[in-house]
Design a protein around this ligand. Structure first.
Ligand SMILES: Cc1cc2nc3c(=O)[nH]c(=O)nc-3n(C[C@H](O)[C@H](O)[C@H](O)COP(=O)(O)OP(=O)(O)OC[C@H]3O[C@@H](n4cnc5c(N)ncnc54)[C@H](O)[C@@H]3O)c2cc1C
Length: 494
């Protein structure tokens, strides 16, 4: 400490935010022998394991089991279904989240050689991160993986009410009788269907003219029809103007209508909070919506970003994909720095990472930045885990047309496939293909249906590898699978 100013502690890498992306980067770099500080202010693991993907998919699994049981009638006899939320809440508490305790994840990181610092991290000049009174200087650089938080619209009265975000919806122990869901995107629809299947009266209010507006219009129709069949009321084109809470019930007004319910869940998108990150200390603009990165996830020299904060897609698989590139890039640079230091005989001066030289060598990382992969989001897959699932990859038809591509579209309904016909109840869905006619390849696709997210994998390969349409047409598709409908949609391409 010099005149009350903390001396920076020299380390190899500082990772700020140990969500899906940051945790992966921090763990793998620590495992490779680098001196890594991971800064986390809440739970190591972030949104996905505690309030996102995993608990929500546990809820969906349970809700789908109820829906399947209700389909016994007419297919296999009769079944009486008595929903009970208690086992779902218990499973989320005990199996998914350890009652929102990250000891296991924190110990795993420390066990791999990382140093966990609890608190809020912010940049404090080039390569420096401040956490309270502690300042770290990162020899190789800083990785920002601070994710997003719910974006709550400035609706009159809303801020003064006890509305739910995804956190309260995931943590709920006792279900309300009625629920208003503000926002008809993927998260809103998934949770709306779950709660409806457990007997909650659910109303979805969406400002745009259709739910799931970023996907194909046919996907919006299928999802809306499925939710309505589960008893969900859906109101699109309604811009919420005012929210009130009288101590027990919520009232939402908008578009000349009024909706009331016991609870209000706000799922209107997510927001990165860049202003908290000290970006100004390295000359960066903190007023942007997301942090722009290049194809190796560089924000600027010695600063990388991963995950939701980059705005490239709010998905765990994006955060993990980007993390892989950042890890390869940092390890390549660390090896180069070590080689340079070895050549000049200064490795003891260069310090920490050099202590790790043997593990770096053994980590098998690339020795040159030239071999570090570059991010490519052409074949970004997205799955909305409603029943039916809506899987999508690449461009929608409209996006492709807006880019001036010579578009061909192929479409088939799942119910008209052999497997759909056999499946009968619950067979809603379709395959839609978007092709670039000039290149003769698929550039986008949607697979909606009972296993839409799984069927999607074939379409992701086709878009990712730019498999020629002629080859896709001459593949053998197993009979009678749902994915065989891809062949029918290919025949429909025109
Ligand atoms: C209900 C729901 C369901 C979802 N379902 C899916 C799904 O099925 N599939 C899918 O792919 N994705 C899903 N997602 C999205 C997925 O959860 C996110 O894309 C993913 O968590 C993003 O990871 P991340 O590392 O960018 O950030 P996060 O997971 O948000 O983690 C960021 C971390 O940084 C910490 N932090 C923030 N600021 C600071 C700071 N200044 N200092 C220290 N720490 C800080 C936070 O506490 C947090 O732990 C879902 C999300 C929600 C909300």
């Amino acid at each position: 400490m010099l005149f009350g100013v903390a001396e920076p502690e020299l380390v190899d890498v500082v990772v700020v935010g140990l969500g899906v992306g940051g945790e992966e980067v921090a763990e793998r770099l620590a495992e490779a022998g680098l001196n890594v500080v991971g800064v986390e202010r809440d739970l190591v693991g972030g949104e996905c394991p505690y309030w996102g993907c995993i608990p929500s998919k546990m809820m969906i699994r349970a809700a789908n089991a109820l829906a399947e049981a209700r389909r016994v009638d007419g297919l296999a006899g009769t079944a009486q279904v008595q929903p009970d939320w208690a086992p779902v809440a218990k499973r989320i508490r005990e199996e998914a989240t350890d009652t929102w305790d990250d000891t296991v994840a924190a110990e795993r990181f420390v066990g791999k050689g990382g140093r966990l610092v609890r608190g809020s991290g912010r940049l404090d000049g080039p390569r420096r991160v401040r956490v309270g009174d502690q300042v770290f200087e990162a020899r190789h650089g800083v990785v920002l993986g601070t994710g997003t938080r719910p974006s709550v619209p400035p609706i009159d009265g809303l801020a003064d009410t006890p509305y739910w975000t995804n956190h309260q919806a995931i943590e709920v122990e006792e279900l309300p009788e009625s629920l208003l869901v503000l926002g008809g995107g993927a998260i809103g629809l998934e949770l709306a269907q779950v709660f409806a299947r457990f007997g909650v009266r659910v109303t979805v209010v969406e400002a745009l003219d259709r739910v799931l507006a970023i996907e194909e219009p046919e996907a919006s129709e299928v999802a809306a029809a499925a939710l309505r069949a589960d008893g969900v009321e859906i109101h699109t084109g309604v811009r919420a103007e005012r929210v009130e809470h009288d101590g027990t019930r919520f009232t939402l007004r908008g578009g000349g209508a009024e909706f009331t319910a016991d609870r209000l869940l706000v799922v209107t998108g997510r927001k990165a909070h860049l202003a908290e990150l000290g970006l100004d200390t390295i000359g960066l603009d903190a007023s942007q919506r997301y942090l722009p990165v290049d194809d190796r996830l560089h924000v600027t020299d010695h600063v990388w970003a991963v995950g939701d904060i980059t705005g490239e897609g709010a998905f765990t698989h994006i955060a993990m994909y980007q993390a892989g590139i950042v890890i390869a890039d940092i390890l390549a640079r660390a090896r180069q720095a070590k080689a340079g230091a070895d050549a000049s005989g200064t490795s003891s001066v260069v310090g920490g990472a050099m202590g790790a030289s043997s593990s770096l060598a053994a980590s098998g990382s690339s020795g040159s930045a030239g071999t570090v992969p570059r991010a490519d989001y052409r074949a970004l897959p997205r799955v909305t885990f409603t029943d039916p699932e809506i899987g999508a990859v690449g461009l929608t038809e409209q996006q492709a047309r807006e880019r001036g591509i010579n578009v061909q579209v192929g479409f088939t309904k799942l119910a008209s496939s052999t497997r759909g016909w056999i499946h009968r109840v619950g067979d809603d869905g379709f395959i839609k293909l978007v092709a670039d006619a000039d290149q003769g390849v698929l550039i986008g696709a949607t697979s909606a249906g009972p296993a839409g997210g799984e069927v999607l994998s074939a379409l992701v390969v086709a878009v990712h590898a730019a498999v020629p349409l002629s080859q896709l047409r001459h593949m053998i598709y197993a009979y009678p699978t749902f994915h065989r409908a891809i062949e029918t949609a290919l025949r429909d391409l025109s």
